[in-house]
Design a protein around this ligand. Structure first.
Ligand code: NAD
Length: 511
């Protein structure tokens, strides 16, 4: 049973969806799909609001974000109710995954927005020492945010906050699978007193998302699957819209012979089962060296058996947010078993839950001929492959079309760093379970088919600005050597200048 069902025509004669809690299958509401015309209207409203917002001092913009953060803290339980109903997830996991990181993003950017957006004096190279340069930051205009269903609140909040503080308007298109969580953000900012039109939510499916890319926005922040990312990038290319793409992954964990076995087993299991495996940086495959493999696998199995799966809000592992994902999980497990894999824990549907739930599953005797080791699972599957040494582990970890994140488990940080430098992926954690997305200063972005562009990092807010350099003359001379007339004498002078500055090693050092 799907958690969303299409409505061909609602009372107003419009297309829409009815939505159920995917864990309990209780109906939670209906919504109408925003059509292309309405999306264009939203962009027009956003542009009007943005023109005024761009003139609001950054300090004042910060006060709106602070107020929204106050409301987030005040309304936390109600917000968790809505997100849990949308996703079927447990309450603590929702607090950990959605609320705390959103609050942290708001507080972090609010504190730094003024300094990050301040005009910057930048010194120029030798030939231009007589000039002065200031780099200014201007908003891009209207930012589109297209979000997936696996982190429906936080993955909309994360790009919205820096975009807004940088002086842009934002239009969010939440996933049709978790529509009401995205709607919370519009409400939060409206109640925080933000001018109308500055943060808008357009509900709908892929058609609405596609319309948003075509509607005249200035930048798109897209988070979702690689397949949709390609379509979005094509359309953004046609429309010359800037785009950042945060896409799928198949993150590997490398467990070295000197690992703290208990920490590695607990960390890898958490990485695989967090958000019921529906986590872009979730651990999707493990390579453990033979010398500790038996002990490591025994611990993973022990801890996996302790996981509580349910739908009452107190569970560790939940039902799938998007029931269709069950087909992928069943196909991958079936394929692995047919090719010689063994299931040590789970391996099938959990029929005790009303919604579509797959048991937390540990597989061994796996290899790269199996889909479970090569295709994104996005569910609670943990396949473990035994390898001879770290070099083999690294080669297998890199044998993937994806490169989002990854983990290394070793007691030796120098070894961890050596492996990290060879790991073909966007970010790496050593003895940590995928923390990089939550670290604001960490430039986060996928390589290969996992994405394009960065979010976060030192200049995170600047991703939503145009950097505009302004150069001033300092000396006020009547003319310059390179201005007209271009004479033989000046030409000779230029030749000498070239030799003087670039012909000498000393001057090159001062370039
Ligand atoms: P999806 O690609 O199916 O949908 C993502 C969003 O795109 C939804 O809002 C959807 O309605 C919209 N969309 C669909 N077709 C569109 C089109 N043609 N034009 C514009 N928008 C369109 O992804 P999903 O199933 O919602 O999310 C799961 C995927 O997201 C996984 O692959 C996961 O790895 C990835 N993800 C990546 C990150 C990251 O940071 N790299 C974070 C979370 C999720």
């Amino acid at each position: 049973m799907a958690a969303i069902e299409p409505i061909e025509k609602n009372a107003a004669g419009r297309r829409g969806y009815s939505v159920k809690n995917p864990a309990t299958l209780e109906p939670i509401g209906e919504f109408q799909v925003t059509n292309a015309e309405e999306v264009r209207e939203a962009v027009k409203r956003a542009r009007v609001a943005q023109a005024k917002w761009a003139r609001v001092p950054v300090k004042e913009r910060v006060t709106y974000v602070q107020r929204a953060l106050d409301l987030l803290i005040e309304r936390e339980e109600q917000i968790i109710d809505v997100i849990c109903a949308d996703t079927g997830r447990g309450r603590m996991e929702t607090r950990l995954m959605e609320i705390i990181p959103s609050a942290d993003t708001m507080a972090w950017f609010a504190k730094r927005a003024e300094s990050m957006l301040a005009d910057r004096k930048v010194g120029l190279q030798t030939l231009l020492k007589m000039k002065r340069m200031v780099v200014t930051h201007r908003p891009l205009g209207v930012i589109g945010v297209i979000a997936p269903w696996n982190g429906p609140f936080v993955l909309s909040v994360n790009p919205t906050i820096p975009a807004l503080l940088a002086g842009n308007a934002v239009i969010i298109k939440p996933s049709e699978i978790t529509p009401f969580s995205g709607g919370l953000i519009e409400e939060l900012f409206r109640d925080a007193g933000l001018p109308e039109g500055l943060v808008q939510v357009v509900l709908g499916d892929g058609e609405t998302g596609a319309a948003l890319v075509e509607a005249g926005i200035d930048k798109l922040s897209f988070t979702g699957s690689t397949a949709t990312g390609r379509k979005v990038a094509e359309s953004a290319g046609r429309n010359l819209v800037q785009v950042s793409l945060e896409l799928g992954g198949k993150d590997a964990a490398i467990v070295c012979g000197d690992a703290n076995i208990e920490r590695a087993a607990r960390g890898v299991l958490y990485g695989a089962m967090f958000n019921t495996g529906q986590f872009c940086c979730g651990t999707e495959r493990v390579y453990v060296v033979r010398e500790i493999a038996d002990e490591f696998i025994a611990k993973v199995v022990e801890y996996a058996k302790e996981l509580r799966q349910g739908s009452d809000g107190t569970q560790d592992v939940s039902a799938m947010t998007w029931p269709k994902q069950m087909e992928t999980l069943e196909r991958q497990v079936e394929d692995a078993l047919a090719k010689g894999a063994r299931v040590l824990v789970g391996g099938k549907r959990n029929a005790s839950i009303e919604g579509a739930a797959f048991e937390p599953t540990v597989l061994v005797d796996v290899n790269h001929s199996m889909l479970v080791m090569t295709e994104e699972a996005f569910g609670p599957l943990l396949p473990i492959m035994v390898v001879e040494d770290e070099n083999e582990a690294l080669a297998l970890a890199n044998d993937s079309p994806f490169g989002l994140s990854g983990t290394v488990w070793t007691r030796d940080n120098a070894r961890g760093m050596r492996i990290a430098k060879e790991f073909e992926t966007g970010s790496i954690c050593v003895n940590e379970s995928s923390l990089t997305y939550g670290a604001h200063r960490a430039p986060f972005g996928g390589v290969k088919q996992s994405g394009m562009g960065y979010v976060h990092g030192e200049g995170a807010i600047l991703h939503f600005t145009r950097q505009v350099p302004v150069i001033f003359d300092r000396l006020g001379m009547k003319t310059e050597q390179n201005w007209y007339p271009l004479t033989e004498e000046k030409n000779d002078g230029m030749g000498k200048l070239l030799k003087f500055f670039y012909g000498s090693r000393i001057w090159r050092k001062m370039a």
